[in-house]
Design a protein around this ligand. Structure first.
Ligand code: PLP
Length: 451
């Protein structure tokens, strides 16, 4: 069977189930004959694989986006509470519809969305939330802002996602919620995570900040847990500079989210609880609505290009694309990530591999340099009055002692990625350039240590 005979969904499902090789076997020539690119490395004076070509620009912008912002400017409706039919309420309806959630509340950022959810669930001092050390600081900021304790569980080194077994090990009597982070826009092992949450009566807040439209077992990410959170920050696959959204199906809980994000003031006009002011403004929503028509098409294109890239890279020893869990139907592809195994590259350090690939005209980079378990916030919060008061000395000692996440350290050392929001909208030949550059460096691996 040829890859072109497969539909995208079948193809990704096959890749995620680890059966890609079987599906495509017989159609791919032996690796060495596939490229014939053992020519001189560009970093050593050879011709680069890719020259004078640019990647699609990101964030996305066209005349429709411009018109939408101008329309909002002229309308003088610049704040969501001025109109029930302004851009923010319209965006909330459209985003909920797009991902198959009943309700949506737009916020000023993904971090604000996550913090709103933590507060709306009544999680605060004395409570614990289990999440990943391999994420944007916004994830734990949302827990710390509520003066709750972010407990970091280690990763599955192949998917870069939370390891459900470690999540279960980290549960204490104070655990209130799990915050799985769908890294690179690919689903966590949500089947296991939801099972664990159910067994221990925990809430689930999905950090889908990178995972717009991605689908797992028939549901879009952000609709599987109790609440889902998205970011529309400039680099994301749907972007407006800074922005965020909360999604959910429980009307009462989503109403609480609205109240919390609206400085504690409910839709009924009463100031009911403590809350920050996290409202999205109408200009941000105007930018998002202006790009609406092409969102699904761009998502499909990234998935098709990613499937092609995975197909091209599958025979390169030492380059292992991010593992996808069974049930993954599609990903957001905020980043296209892979593990670099230096033992297949003449033991050359990742930095040498990256330099050589960059000289070929393709920029790959490491992503998160060190996990959040290695940042100074831990020592700093443990010294504060509120944490000392709300958690026992024994718990805080144990917390500090158990902060290690060796699998996360390994991922930080080995992972390489291409930022995909723009580049994965490129042509098939752009994808071939990425694969060709990597293959060329592999074929010249004996020269890497002389760089
Ligand atoms: C996984 C993850 N969580 C949370 C956030 C925070 O979102 P924002 O930057 O919109 O506050 C980000 C943003 O990069 C993210 O990637």
């Amino acid at each position: 069977m040829n890859k072109n005979d497969l539909t995208r969904r079948q193809f990704i499902a096959a890749a995620s189930a680890g059966s890609l090789a079987a599906v495509t076997s017989g159609t791919i020539p032996a690796y060495a004959n596939l490229t014939g690119k053992a020519s001189k490395l560009a970093i050593l004076g050879g011709n680069p694989v890719r020259k004078n070509k640019s990647w699609p620009d990101w964030p996305y912008w066209d005349k429709k986006v411009e018109d939408s912002v101008v329309k909002t400017t002229k309308s003088r409706i610049w704040c969501r509470i001025q109109s029930k039919t302004g851009t923010v309420p319209t965006l909330e309806k459209k985003f909920a519809q797009l991902i198959g959630a009943k309700f949506c509340v737009a916020t000023g950022s993904g971090t604000q969305a996550l913090h709103t959810c933590v507060e709306a669930l009544g999680i605060g001092p004395g409570d614990e939330v289990i999440t990943s050390p391999y994420t944007d600081p916004g994830t734990i900021a949302s827990i710390l802002s509520a003066r709750a304790l972010p407990v970091l569980a280690d990763l599955d080194t192949e998917s870069y996602q939370l390891d459900p077994d470690d999540v279960e090990r980290k549960i204490t009597e104070n655990t209130r919620a799990i915050m799985p982070v769908h890294m690179m826009g690919q689903p966590c092992d949500m089947g296991r995570i939801m099972q664990i949450a159910k067994k221990h009566n925990l809430k689930v807040i999905e950090d889908a900040a990178q995972a717009h439209l991605a689908e797992y077992k028939g549901k879009k990410l952000g609709t599987i847990g109790d609440l889902g959170c998205f970011s529309f920050q400039s680099s994301k696959t749907i972007a407006c500079g800074e922005g965020g959204a909360i999604t959910g199906n429980d009307e009462e809980l989503m109403d609480k989210c609205y109240t919390v994000h609206n400085h504690g003031t409910s839709r009924r006009g009463l100031t009911e609880v403590a809350g920050p002011k996290y409202r999205m403004n109408e200009f941000e929503a105007a930018v998002l609505l202006g790009q609406w028509d092409g969102i699904e098409e761009r998502f499909e294109r990234r998935n098709e290009n990613a499937a092609h890239l995975t197909y091209r890279l599958k025979d390169v020893p030492g380059i292992v694309p991010q593992k996808l869990y069974e049930g993954t139907a599609s990903g957001s592809f905020y980043l296209y990530a892979m593990t670099y195994r230096k033992e297949h590259f003449n033991n050359a350090d990742r930095s040498k591999f990256l330099k050589a690939v960059a000289a070929e005209g393709v920029s790959l980079s490491p992503y998160i340099a060190k996990g959040l378990h290695r940042e100074p916030w831990i020592e700093n919060i443990l010294k504060t009055k509120v944490y000392k008061k709300m958690y026992s000395a024994k718990r805080l000692r144990q917390y500090r002692d158990q902060i290690d996440c060796p699998n996360c350290d390994k991922v930080c050392r080995e992972m390489v990625m291409i930022w995909a929001s723009g580049p994965l909208l490129g042509s098939r030949s752009d994808m071939d350039d990425i694969a060709d550059a990597i293959e060329k460096v592999y074929e010249n691996r004996d020269k890497l240590n002389s760089i």
